[in-house]
Design a binder for this molecule. Structure first.
Ligand code: BJW
Length: 246
């Protein structure tokens, strides 16, 4: 049985890497992107999650991010976040990579978290003015004026997330690539459509890792996965965790 095999792999010395996507936060009430009720049901991604969209209409883009920030501020981590936080303390060789920008892994107590797509709680100066840091945290919800203004140059602030066509932080990418050198690689709650995140599982397999997918739906990655658990993360992770020796 898959579960027995998986539990035998999760030894104290195992190098375990987990990459998560929006599905991990679904049970917390954070909408996913691509489901029938998802964030992009009524919008095209290119209209909201690209630098071109922001340059064209920063106010509309900010209104979407401001709405999401208000929604996420009311959400709390679920059982999937909690189990992964416990694993980050339990396994010395544990690495968490997330595509999520919601901060729920951090709020559950996982530290560090490799955030591939930035944070919805960070902002940056759109003009990249010399007086501003690259990114900084700003928890204001809601922003009284949109777009909020850079206090140094007066230009618009932008959300501190990674949009389509933008480069990911090189140090984060390097750390993610390094983390694919592991014994067990989990891909959890992601549609496996967005690169470079979607390529990490193949890399892990090339390095000899056993690959595990947790997702109620199949994805383009599913065919090559060693252990597929077709269940919600907030249900399956506590079951796996419950089988580990205490
Ligand atoms: C559950 C569940 C439950 C539900 N339990 N599961 C190589 C090939 C082709 C294209 C490219 C490539 N390399 C780069 C590209 C271009 C592009 C890309 O990937 N395009 C593809 C769409 C084709 N990538 C980029 O532009 C990236 N930049 C880059 O690579 O720079 C260099 C470069 C640029 C240009 C060309 C070439 C190179 C940047 C990508 C940035 C992505 N940003 C976003 C928005 C972030 C800000 C925001 O939040 O607004 O990140 S897009 C969006 O998708 C967001 C997510 O992090 C990301 C992934 O989504 P995710 O997490 O998978 O969510 P869903 O909704 O798709 O899936 C949820 C899943 O959960 C489903 O499967 C459900 O079944 C499941 N689920 N409930 C477990 N309870």
């Amino acid at each position: 049985m898959n579960l027995d095999r998986l539990v035998r792999l999760l030894t104290p010395g195992a190098r375990i890497t987990v990459m998560t996507g929006a599905g991990v936060s679904a049970a917390s009430g954070v909408p996913t992107f691509r489901s029938s009720t998802g964030l992009w049901k009524n919008f095209r991604a290119e209209d909201l999650a690209t630098p071109e969209a922001f340059a064209r209409d920063p106010r509309t883009v900010w209104e979407w991010y401001d709405w999401r920030r208000q929604l996420i501020a009311r959400c709390v981590p679920n059982a999937a976040h909690e189990v992964l936080a416990a694993w980050s303390r339990r396994f010395p060789g544990f690495t968490l990579i997330t595509q999520n920008v919601d901060g729920l892994h951090e709020r559950a107590g996982t530290d560090p978290v490799l955030r591939m797509h930035g944070s919805i709680w960070d902002v940056g100066c759109w003009n990249e003015c010399a007086a501003s840091a690259h990114r900084w945290r700003d928890d204001t919800v809601p922003f009284p004026v949109m777009p909020p203004a850079c206090r140094h140059c007066g230009g618009p602030l932008r959300p501190g997330v990674v949009w389509f066509g933008e480069m990911l932080d090189a140090e984060v990418v390097d750390a993610c690539l390094e983390a694919t050198r592991c014994d067990v690689f989990f891909t959890i709650g992601t549609s496996a459509l967005v690169y470079p995140a979607a390529g990490l599982v193949d890399r892990a397999r090339q390095h000899g890792a056993v690959t595990v997918e947790i997702n109620p739906e199949s994805t383009p990655a599913s065919g090559g996965i060693d252990i597929v658990i077709a269940q919600p993360a907030e249900l399956s992770l506590p079951v796996i965790d419950g089988q580990l020796p205490r």
